[in-house]
Design a protein around this ligand. Sequence first.
Ligand code: FPP
Length: 258
Amino acid sequence: MFAKFKKNQAGETEAQAVVDSKRVPAHIAIIMDGNGRWANQRHLPRIAGHKEGMQTVKKITIAASQLGVKVLSLYAFSTENWKRPTDEVNYLMQLPVRFFQTFVPDLIKHNVRVTVMGDTTKLPAATQKAVKGAIDETSECNGMVLNFALNYGGRDEIVTAVQQVAQLVKDDQLKVEQIDESVIAEHLMTNQLGEFEDPELIIRTSGEQRVSNFMLWQLAYSEFVFMPEHWPDFTKESLENAIIEYQGRHRRFGGLEN
Ligand code: FPP
């Protein structure tokens, strides 16, 4: 175990697990849940939770980049989130605008490149503009990739990929027998992430233990860590704890351990 030593409240020396910097998961994906409950607990409107959640996105982006993560995927708006009250949807659509307006210089300073997966054509024009601006402005950065899932759904992603592959077959550019996992993966929205398309670690906050239509293909061999804290309370230490938990797991990919 990698450990640092700390005194506990009784003054005794205790070993504390720390992140092994050589085995940090290359791709971490986060289902950021609990903004609404965080706000409810404080008798605040739900949007106050999303606002605070945006601040957490900033902190965790920097923390992940400093830990050596290659891709951080964040589930910001699902294809199902349109069912929420209009005011909340409008607020959630404004968040990327506010986020990128204030945060792009920091992203560039930390060499973070922005990518997006999801059907962005359905987003309001101002949101599309902000997203495109952030992608363009950070396109030269070659450090961590911050991959936002916006109007993203795992099933929708698979349907779109199947339609594209079917079209290739129809146009005689591909034979049915040539369809394999790599052909499907090439048509998924994570294809732009290259070798890091599949997350090694998926974190969900606020104690819920569900996948909620997130990265359904890519999670085949992901490790899941469910954290009790609501997203606005998630800290760099929470992220490190999730990574430490991941590093204690034995990944066998269906085989046997050596
Ligand atoms: C889930 O909490 C959270 C969301 C649906 C929105 C996530 C958005 C953010 C964290 C801010 C995104 C920031 C940017 C920059 C795009 P919930 O509302 O479902 O919480 P609840 O389950 O407690 O109601």
